[in-house]
Design a protein. Sequence first.
Length: 482
Amino acid sequence: MFEFTVETIAGATGASVVAGDPARICRGCFIDSRLVERDGLFVAFSGERVDGNDFAPQAVSAGAAAVVLTRTPEDTLLEQAEAAGCAVLVADDAQEFLLRLAHVYRSELACTVVGVTGSIGKTTTKDFLAALLGARFRVWATKGNYNNLIGLPLSILSAPRDTQVLVLEMGMNARGEIERLAACAEPSLAVITKVGTSHIGMLGSRENIARAKAEIVSGMRPVPSGSEAGVPGTAPVLVLSGEDDFTPFIRDEFALPAAVEVVLAGTGADDEVRASNIELDVEGHPSFDLLLASGESARITLAVTGAQSVSNAVLAAALAERLGIDAATMEAAFKRLAITGRRQELRRAACGARVIDDTYNASPESTAAALDLLEMLPVSGRRIAVLGEIGELGEEGPRLHALVGSYAAAKKPDLLVCVGTACAEEMAAAARLMGMPARSVAIAGDTARATELVRQSLRPDDTLLVKGSRFLGLDRLVEEVC
């Protein structure tokens, strides 16, 4: 983790030191006063419900070396900080403070940074990359969903000083956010997994989503001098899916004009790194032949489920090859990998039924992939799909939910439970319109009602899929039945 003096922190961020010793050393950054460690730096964020400035006294009591406020500190806090030997700084914008501080620390690390963005598959691809690159380098990767304008700088600031490769997931809710993340991280290699429909409600079209994802190019830089991963000075490389319809747009309008090399990965004959002969075992784990750009090949078996994982694996393989990872090393790393939970995770219900826990989040595309897995898995009982509403679709919500309902009907589950309100009704109506019997389609207004319906009907030989956006809390349903 970072270790800076208060004076260095102020110089890097533009914050003002209003009290305390400028030579005081801070180690580690925290935005939750309950988690502050001795000699840590506490940064106060003002949210909709809670103002972090109000919790600065707790951070001082916990042993913080410095606290950063976004308002004028009260005299009582200054007195407490002086008594504890804690410095007090004031910044105009806590978010910008974090980004600037992380950028300075990232520059000191002199490591190779890998950025991962896209509408779906970011976290899985990030996990794949961390495993592949970790076979040769000291890797630090984004934990959980720390992929936004607060989480990414915290991920950088927590990286050990001997990190050789920093793998950073980059999410966004609006145009301009990935540009700011990329400016902070300065990746030398990057992946855009897919341009889908997530956030279409805020951005208006898939083209605008593609433009937002392509902002990662603006921050890409050659491999830094002193880096042990990659050849210093090597031009930046962007890996794109050979199957995505927006790949030519991103390549021609953003990457090539910025002198960023593009590598295509997928299942097409023209892709430089590609997968072929894809098969799924009885538990849904994919195997495929991987052909690298060098001509090396290997038969890869993934420890994760679902055919859609293959595309993420191939993207990760294409980037890992650029940092010297060979096919044999990839084969071993893929086999032992465990990804971040609640992504098509196979579990057992208390009654013995098989549960596909895919409750981490949802988009129309990832919901379709989950339904594919449910259809593919061999079952002796019934197939049950619990599908929650998908957030951030805006005006496209009704249409896209109807498409999901139609797709679900085509997969012929024995029972479809649509969770939510108006858009859940759109899903259910489309499923019935496409031929599902009315008795096989149910609507639950919330997670509690969906849990009740599942508990009443789940049998030991059934297979249950649970999928929906995070705001619904469908993970609670899974925990109730497992």
